[in-house]
Design a protein around this ligand. Structure first.
Ligand code: ADP
Ligand code: MG
Length: 578
């Protein structure tokens, strides 16, 4: 709300930047991530003056990833503030990632002055149009007076219905224009989304399908995490003894170590379930589209989602429950409660799942216990898991680093895992970690953020280490380093390969420079860096990093680059005419 003193002093002026900041403040925006420059610097300063936290990042892409993670973690959009043209374009990646993940986000972009439009103005670009493809809502206020209205609409659109990204365009000439404070009317803070419930007849039908299931399975997606449905879903699992499988970011809605979690028998559970309840998880590539051969051809899906258009995608569901997952899971609980029933814990289905889990867990333990050096992924994650605080945020990206890490690293709390997500985006890790660290600092001080990065993934946003050090966020970055994308070369093979006159013709596209000292990026800015090659060194550095709550650290963990083959074995080398 505007300062009440303003109303009395009618000659009082304020700038467009202050109007924008006040409109954001009125909508309860807590965090802005961005990079300042013409014409948005004044907006960032005005926001800080109102107590909005401004976090300056090193690339708009990372800033936008950070803002989107705020949306997922808090249910209110984080703001990303960028300059015109290239600044905005760098942020498109973050916007697309937020929108594809169904996370709220508000991007505010400066743009060139209105009276220079089509004249080749500095950084001129059709920004509103460019953002349309990546957003639910993309608009430019028609005047300074319209800014609060458009910002409220953008915030509301980002969180109502299926959450997503929104864009508001601010022409440069708005920013410093002075207006009379009385000419601006602020919209009230937009309320949390109204809660929608499923049709009672559909709930009844769903309960009956669940009761008659021979091999039931609940799939818990990040929509359930976002909906804060943990309490009701845990009750469903426990009261009716149902097996559940979390999706990557659905991990932690019910703790991974819950006896009913069948994550370790994922393929088996998907393949043989006859009834699957989807709580906020789309049947996209992550869930193999819900189709055979990964599923039974006649599996009955019960789909719970807030987005009507999602219902029926790729399969014909047996029952659709349109509504908020938290409310709908409560409806299901109440309906199932009407008749005494539980899924028999001694069923053949439970037995099959348990057997498969046991053998898969034994296989991964066996790999983790390998003493040979360099370490493998399992050994690394086994030691990390041993020391991982139960309440920490786990951020992760990479190929094997993320995929194998997900199976070993446990989540015990909802909304505590952030990864490459539905869009499979690399480069999100550091932005996500910074956002999680901000949320931890403000809401549960002491809570740690562990960011597990592949060496290639780390490279996309590596300079954000400076951001981490500047704000002194005690994030622990683990770079699981195999000298490449998917795989790389060991030093000897590398030397053999790169001695060719033109390395661009012979160095395999997935290779990165072996034994790179990524930890020095952290020490360059005053954080702690560790280069580790053995389990003992890993344990020690992790212990020290966790003990130090005042400083960020980066542990560069050398693992088997999996390139046992010699350079000349690669067929493309023989094609070169060195
Ligand atoms: P995952 O990657 O975990 O499988 P997805 O991103 O594919 O999850 O799916 C999340 C789904 O959750 C989306 O279809 C989205 O519409 C839905 N969703 C988001 N918030 C809610 C909510 N409050 N209630 C119900 N569904 C929701
Ligand atoms: Mg790698």
């Amino acid at each position: 709300m505007p300062d009440s003193n303003f109303a009395e002093r009618s000659e009082e002026q304020m700038s467009g930047a202050q109007v924008i900041a006040q409109a954001l403040k009125t909508q309860d925006v807590e965090y802005i991530f961005g990079i300042v420059g013409i014409p948005v610097t004044e907006i960032a300063i005005a926001a800080q003056q109102l107590g909005i936290k401004y976090i300056g990042m090193r690339n708009e892409q990372a800033a936008c990833y950070a803002a989107s993670a705020i949306g997922y973690l808090t249910g209110r959009p984080g703001v990303c503030l960028v300059v015109s043209g290239p600044g905005l374009i760098h942020a498109l990646g973050g916007m697309a990632n937020a929108n594809v993940n169904c996370w709220p986000l508000l991007l505010i972009g400066g743009s060139s002055e209105r009276n220079q439009e089509t004249m080749g103005a500095f950084q001129e670009f059709p920004q509103v149009e460019a953002c349309r493809l990546y957003t639910k809502f993309s608009a430019r206020p028609s005047s300074i007076e319209a800014i609060p209205f458009v910002i409220e609409k953008a915030v509301r659109t980002s969180i109502y219905g299926r959450p997503g990204a929104c864009y508001v365009d601010i022409p440069a000439d708005f920013v410093n224009l002075q207006v009379n404070v009385n000419s601006i009317k602020y919209m009230e803070c937009c309320m949390s989304p109204p809660v929608s419930m499923a049709e009672t007849s559909a709930v009844r039908m769903a309960a009956s399908v669940i009761r008659n299931a021979k091999q039931p399975l609940l799939i818990i997606g990040k929509g359930a995490a976002y909906a804060h449905a943990e309490e009701n879903i845990k009750k469903l699992v426990e009261q009716y003894k149902l097996p559940f499988l979390p999706t990557p970011m659905g991990k932690g809605v019910v703790p991974d170590n819950h006896p009913n979690c069948v994550g370790a028998a994922r393929s088996r559970a998907l393949q043989f379930a006859d009834v699957i309840v989807l709580f906020g998880a789309r049947l996209n590539w992550i869930l193999h589209f819900g189709l055979p051969p990964r599923y039974q051809p006649d599996v009955k899906f019960i789909q719970v989602d807030i987005c009507a258009e999602e219902l029926g995608n790729n399969v014909k569901p047996a029952v659709t429950l349109l509504g908020d997952i938290s409310a709908v899971s409560k409806q299901l609980l109440e309906e199932l409660d009407k008749t005494a029933w539980e899924y028999p814990p001694e069923s053949k289905w439970w037995k099959t799942l348990r057997e498969k889990m046991k053998s898969n867990e034994a296989a991964s333990k066996e790999l983790a216990s390998k003493k040979s050096l360099p370490m493998n992924y399992y050994t690394v994650f086994y030691h990390v898991q041993e020391q991982l605080p139960r309440d920490c945020f786990v951020v992760s990206e990479g190929a094997n680093t993320m995929d194998i890490g997900r199976t070993v690293l446990q989540n015990y709390l909802p909304r505590h895992r952030l990864d490459a997500g539905t869009f499979g985006t690399m480069g999100v890790g550091l932005g996500f970690a910074i956002a999680a660290a901000m949320v931890a600092k403000d809401r549960s001080p002491g809570q740690r953020v562990i960011c597990v990065e592949g060496d290639s993934a780390f490279g996309f946003s590596g300079m954000e280490v400076e951001t981490i050090c500047r704000y002194n966020l005690p994030i622990i970055l683990l770079v699981v380093n195999n000298n490449g994308i998917y795989q790389g070369f060991d030093m000897n093979t590398w030397k053999e390969t790169s001695k060719f006159r033109d390395p661009t013709a012979v160095v395999p596209p997935m290779c990165l420079l072996p034994n790179s000292h990524y930890e020095q990026i952290m020490t360059a800015f005053g954080g702690k860096g560790y280069f580790v090659e053995t389990p003992e060194e890993l344990q020690k550095s992790l212990r020290q990093s966790l003990a130090d709550t005042t400083k960020p650290s980066l542990i560069n963990i050398m693992i088997e680059p999996q390139a046992t083959r010699k350079a000349q074995d690669f067929h493309w080398l023989t094609r070169s005419n060195m």
